[in-house]
Design a protein around this ligand. Structure first.
Ligand code: DI6
Ligand code: FE
Length: 394
């Protein structure tokens, strides 16, 4: 199928957004086989897109969208003055979602996750990442990962999984983080890997979670299995997580509000993507923005994601994350859009998507707008016309 008479934001051609005005795109067997000016397009059956904008399919590269329950009560507590860390230290926060997730069946978890996945898909998302991390015990961590895989079977979307048992210390291991890592995190990683459930290993490096030394043990185990790593780093304080992630050649370091220029230099050297999560910044009413200029100066690729989770970012709109990335973090619309396409792909270790170029998977979104900046500028006003996943309109 030839898609013709479109404006293509390719992120592959030279110039802003890699834009090709009056472009065309040829798809065969789920792949893009030709991209260029419509006057030079090969013949064959064609669909006229009426000048609409086409982007690569959007990629949400950081979500926790499998979970039980909700945390509206915690939202109320924070509005009454409690901080996210105070709620967590009092046994709420992540641990309250752990209780609800342990109590939920696979079918219940899947039903809840699909409603959020559907919201993302309706906005042109064709690949999404899903983390475990609300089980903190073997059985529930593996259940979450199976549910994540089931999303990719039940919906036309590609799911990449990250194993995040190093998210919080469960109460049964209070004061025994080392034992938790040895007895739960590492053996469950091995079991999940053997079942083909894990695409990457993640952790939360923070005062209310794990130290860099503890995360290093988790990363060593991942390395032994040949699994790539990523890390929640410098979200609430500067603990050295970004430098640790760079040392391990991590695919990404995520959040990064408290990262430094030295961290940016280390991440640039290791090719680690900075994943920025404005939904969490907004929800927690954080005031320190991530060092975007330092990332630019160092040449660190920046991705943007929803961080969809029941606590710090109850956000299932990647388009709103685009807008927030611009308004709250001062990204340009071009940087923001690159952050949910080409750089988001890289944050997941994927090179076969995120741009419109010959040889890429045919994942793209067709929008009822003229210019790419409109995607970041609108708020709550979804212009998706059609979505193509693996060559199939859906
Ligand atoms: N940082 C986050 O923003 C999520 N996890 C993390 O390490 C939030 C998890 C939650 O509050 O449930
Ligand atoms: Fe997160």
């Amino acid at each position: 199928m030839l898609y013709t008479n479109a404006r293509l934001a390719t992120f592959a051609a030279p110039g802003r957004y890699g834009l090709i005005e009056r472009g065309a795109l040829l798809v065969e067997e789920g792949r893009i086989v030709w991209v260029g000016p419509m006057d030079e397009a090969p013949g064959g059956p064609a669909e006229d897109l009426g000048g609409r904008l086409v982007t690569p399919g959007l990629i949400d590269c950081h979500t926790h969208l499998v979970f039980g329950g909700h945390r509206a009560g915690e939202f109320e507590m924070r509005l009454e003055g409690a901080s996210y860390e105070e709620v967590a230290r009092a046994g709420g926060g992540i641990l309250s979602t752990v209780r609800a997730t342990r109590a939920a069946s696979e079918a219940e978890l899947l039903a809840g996750a699909l409603t959020r996945a559907d919201a993302l898909i309706a906005e042109g998302v064709t690949t999404l990442e899903v983390k475990s991390g609300y089980g903190l015990e073997a059985e529930t961590e593996l259940r979450m990962l199976r549910v994540a895989r089931a999303i990719g079977r039940q919906r036309p979307v590609t799911v990449k999984t990250s194993y995040l048992a190093a998210h919080a210390l469960p109460p049964e291991f209070a004061g025994r983080a080392g034992d938790y890592i040895a007895e739960v995190v590492i053996p469950t990683m091995e079991a999940g890997h053997a079942e083909g459930l894990i695409d990457a290993v993640d952790g939360f490096c923070e005062g209310i979670a794990f130290s860099p030394e503890e995360i290093a043990r988790v990363f060593d185990a991942a390395r032994a299995l040949g699994l790539p790593v990523k890390l929640h780093a410098e979200q609430l304080s500067h603990l050295g997580g970004a430098a640790l992630a760079a040392r391990y050649g991590a695919l990404s370091a995520d959040h990064l509000e408290y990262a430094s220029a030295e961290d940016a230099a280390a991440m640039a050297a290791s090719g680690t993507v900075a994943v920025l999560l404005p939904g969490a910044f907004y929800t927690l009413r954080e005031t320190q923005a991530p060092p975007v200029q330092a990332f630019r100066d160092a040449g660190v690729p920046m991705a943007l994601a929803t961080d969809c989770n029941p606590g710090s970012s109850p956000l299932a709109s990647l388009l709103l994350a685009l807008n927030m990335g611009c308004t709250l973090f001062r990204l340009t619309p071009e940087e923001a859009l690159a952050g949910v396409t080409i750089h988001a792909a890289r944050a997941l270790g994927l090179t076969d998507r995120g741009t419109l170029a010959a040889g890429q998977r045919a994942d793209f979104a067709i929008w009822d707008i003229e210019t790419p900046a409109e995607l970041a500028y609108r708020i709550g006003w979804n212009p998706l016309h059609a979505r193509i996943h693996g060559g199939l309109p859906c």
